[in-house]
Design a protein around this ligand. Sequence first.
Ligand code: IPE
Ligand code: IPE
Ligand code: MG
Length: 242
Amino acid sequence: MSNLLPRHIAIIMDGNGRWSQENHCRHRWDGHRYGINAVRDVIKGAVEKEIETLTLFAFSKENHQRSQAEITALIKLFKECLLKETDQLAENGVKLKFVGDLKGLSTELVVLAREAEFKTRHCTKLKLNLAINYSGRWQITNTLKSIAIGCKEDTFNIDKLDEKTISDLINNDFGTEPDLMIRTGGEFRISNFILWQLAYTELYFDSKLWPDYNKYDLFEAIKNFAKRQRRFGLENAYAQSV
Ligand code: IPE
Ligand code: IPE
Ligand code: MG
C-alpha cells in the first residue's frame, strides 16, 4: 500500500435534500434513497483502493429536529438497506460497525444493526463505521461519563487521566482516527461530526450533492490527499510509516 493513501476516510454525506429539490422529487427526503447508490459506489471504491476504514455520517443527533416524516423515512431506509445489503457486504469483505445512539431511534433498527455486525464480524477488507444518531459532543460526553463512573467506583485513578486514555476510549468505537475527512454538498463545516478525532485530519470539501457523488470523486479526494504535507506540529513533513 502506498504511504500516500489515507488509511481511514470519514465522510459527511450531505446534500440529499437539495438534490431532491433540484431533481423535482416529491419529498425532500427522497434524496436519501438516491444517496444509497452513492454509498454503494463509495464502499466499492474504498475496497478497490484498499482503504482500511471508512466512516460514514448518516444521521446526526441534531437531525432529530427535522420533521417526523423525514425521520420515519430515514429509519425505514436504514432498515431496508440492512435487510437487503448485509449479505452482499459480507461477500465483499466489509465489516460493519454502528456508532451512535441507535436505541434512541428504533429498537428494531438496533436488532438489525447487531445482526449485521455479527454477520460481517470476520470480514477483513474494509471496516465500515456507520454513524447514526451520532454527534461528536455526545460521544465526548459519554466518554467523560464513563471516566467519572470509573473514578466514583474506584476502578479508575484520575491521576492517570491523559490524552491517550481519552483517545483510546473514543477510538474504541471508530478503530482509528481519520486521515482524511470529506464533506459533500458544498458546506464548509463539521456539524458536530467526530470532533476529538479530527485534531490532525486532512479536510476536503466537495460541492457535489451526495446522491451525485461516486467512487471517482472519492479517488479525486484521495489523489488530493496524496499531495498534502502532514506536519503534526513538526517543522517538516511527517514521514508516515505505513
Ligand atoms: C444529508 O443530507 C443527510 C442527512 C442529514 C440525513 P441533507 O438532508 O442534510 O441535505 P441538504 O443539506 O438539506 O441538501
Ligand atoms: C450533517 O449534515 C449530518 C449528516 C450528513 C448526517 P446536516 O445537513 O445535518 O448539517 P447542517 O445542519 O447543514 O450543519
Ligand atoms: Mg444538510
